[in-house]
Each structure stands twice: as C-alpha cells, then as structure tokens.
Design a protein around this ligand. Sequence first.
Ligand SMILES: NC(=O)C1=CN([C@@H]2O[C@H](COP(=O)(O)OP(=O)(O)OC[C@H]3O[C@@H](n4cnc5c(N)ncnc54)[C@H](O)[C@@H]3O)[C@@H](O)[C@H]2O)C=CC1
Ligand SMILES: [Mg+2]
Length: 352
Amino acid sequence: MSLSLFWRAASWKAPQACRQVSTYVTKMRYLFELKEDDDVCRKAQSSGMFYLFHSLAPLLQMSGNRYLAPPFRASELERLLSKFGQDAQMIEHSVLIGCSDQREAWFALDLGLGNLCSSGCLQKSEMETELQGSFIELRKALFQLNEKDISLIFTAQALLRWHDCHQFCGKSGHPTQKNVAGSKRVCPSSKMIYYPQMSPVVITLVSDGTRCLLARQSSFPKGMYSALAGFCDVGETLEEAVRREVAEEVGLEVDSLQYSASQHWPFPNNSLMMACHATVGPGQTEIHVNSQELESAGWFSLEEVATALRRKGSPSSEQDGALPFWLPPKVAIAHQLIWEWVQKQSSSSNLA
Ligand SMILES: NC(=O)C1=CN([C@@H]2O[C@H](COP(=O)(O)OP(=O)(O)OC[C@H]3O[C@@H](n4cnc5c(N)ncnc54)[C@H](O)[C@@H]3O)[C@@H](O)[C@H]2O)C=CC1
Ligand SMILES: [Mg+2]
C-alpha cells in the first residue's frame, strides 16, 4: 500500500451504531491478556498447542514436497518429556506465539537451548524418531515451508533466540526472569524490563524508469540477485536509511521514494524489513559498487527480470551449464518488490 493510501485507511472510522466486536479484535484482546497476566497465560498453556524446536531448528514433517510444522497438545508434550526423563516444568520455558480464532493459545518450546541443556539436553535424534519429524535448520527449510506456518515459525524462532541471548541484565549482571508468555524479561535486582528486540532494515528496488537495479553479496546463493538492503542507523528515518544505503552500496542518489510493504525476517536474527521503490533521474545511473558490501550490481531490463521471475526453482536444477541469474523466492519481500515493478512496467509499456 502506498503511504497516501495507508493514511487514508488509517483515518477511516467504523460506523459506531450496532458495532459488533470482530473475531480479530477478540483475538487481539485475548493475546494482550495472555501477555499481561501470567495466571491466564499459565492456564492457556494447559489447553494450548506447542511447536517444538531444537537449538532453534523447527520440528518439521514432510508432506508431499512441503514441510509442515506439527503442533502438539500440552498433554502429549508432558508425556514426551516424561518419556525422556524430563520434568513437565520444562514447559515454563515456552513462549507465546499466537492463538486461533477459538482462543486456543499457541506456544513454542526449544528442547535444546542452553538453559535447558544444563538440566540434561534431550537427545535430538531420539526425539525426532519419537515425533516422526526432523529438526531442520530454518534457512534450509525456508523455501519448502507451508505458507500458513511461515510467520508462526519466524516469530517463534525470533522469540526463542531473543530469550536465549538475554538471560542476564545488562545493568546489574543478574539473571533476568521471563514472564509466562515470554513477551518480556525482568531483572529482579535493577527492575529493568527488557522487551524482544527487532532491527529495522530497509530494502529498496531502484529504477531508472526503464530498468531496475539488482545486486548480490558474495554470501548469496550462486547467481541470485536481489534488491538493495541495509540496517537502519540509530536516529534515521526510513527515508534517510533508503537514501544512505543506496548511496553507500552503489553510489547513487535516489530522488523519489514510495513505500510498498513490510515483512518480519528472521535472518540474521530478527529484522523488520521495510520495502520501498525508489527512482534515480536519467543521467544519474552510473553504478559505483561498494565492494566491501556487494559482489556486483547492475541494471536489468524488464524482459530479463520478467523472464527470471517466471523461472521456477533454483537454477542449480538447470542442465545447460550456463547459470542464468535468478531472484529471491516468493517468501522474501524482495520478490514482491520485483514483482510489483514488473507489473507496473508491463502496464505502462502496454499503455504506450
Ligand atoms: N527478505 C528479503 O527479501 C531480504 C532480506 N534481506 C535481509 O536484510 C538484511 C540486511 O541486509 P544487508 O545488506 O546484509 O545489510 P547492510 O547493508 O546494512 O550490511 C550488513 C552489515 O551491517 C552491519 N550492521 C549494522 N546494524 C546491524 C544489525 N542490527 N544487525 C546485523 N548487522 C548490522 C554489520 O556490519 C553487517 O555486516 C540481511 O540480514 C538479509 O537477511 C536482504 C535481502 C532480501
Ligand atoms: Mg546491504
């Protein structure tokens, strides 16, 4: 949604007469209660569903060519823990990740993280056999994850990682305590309250009117090009971050900017990706790649990009030897930006 559309939507008010509370509002109020009230959340755990992780790798089951994340009831989890000689108290380490429309709370629990391992780490392979699935590194499972599960698994992994890395107060050095939902940690000594952190990241597709600018880092899979991305600096606005990142990475100055959408992204740990389209003026298109940040960058035509978008799967599966360039998969917001640009360019070239 463009910023102007967003503001129009934000200033719209629902009619007050006969106003019914929607399922969405009820659900959000319930989640708020679970985060604020430890007793309510503890009760919700006993009837909730649990998604399991081991050392931040989600438990997944293969279904056709997709991975599904199977949830487990509290009673099943307790049975499992007891089978592996663990106390049901381990469930206290779980974090709230959402709830159904029927107010069934969903939690995530990591069976292999540091603080749990001190009380005897659960054997990964034995657990996998028992649970009829595998703990798979998220990056490896990303492109085959069921769409319904993606945001839950992203949220769960980000929260579990944050708790694992914030066991101690940065001020007093004492251990911090998590609330039942896992929406914060408190230091009993300094009284500091810590909330899960996210890093804001801008991602920008730059266009010169007819071509778009794509770049790759050496760490990307071979042949993959994407839009320009970068972490926001403290004190920057989104607009300033976009201008700086484009200047830093390819030596260009953007002259207009349009917000597109945002996405939570779990890599490298917990980012809020804010995606924008930007343009540079004609005659301002000479790229100077910052080799500390990028391996290469270039301008790509509509035809080249549209062809790459139509290509299914990664080119490693192609037989002809020559590696065509390819684009991030649908799950990445970069894909959406590129798709939007292709749609816009195609409709304006049809009109011409
Ligand atoms: N979902 C998507 O479509 C895409 C997501 N991304 C994500 O965007 C992120 C940022 O892109 P980059 O070009 O790598 O950023 P970048 O251009 O800002 O460079 C990364 C460097 O920034 C520094 N940095 C500053 N603040 C940081 C923080 N809070 N966390 C980590 N490093 C920080 C580090 O030195 C790091 O090596 C990547 O981690 C990547 O996963 C990138 C492209 C597409
Ligand atoms: Mg970058």
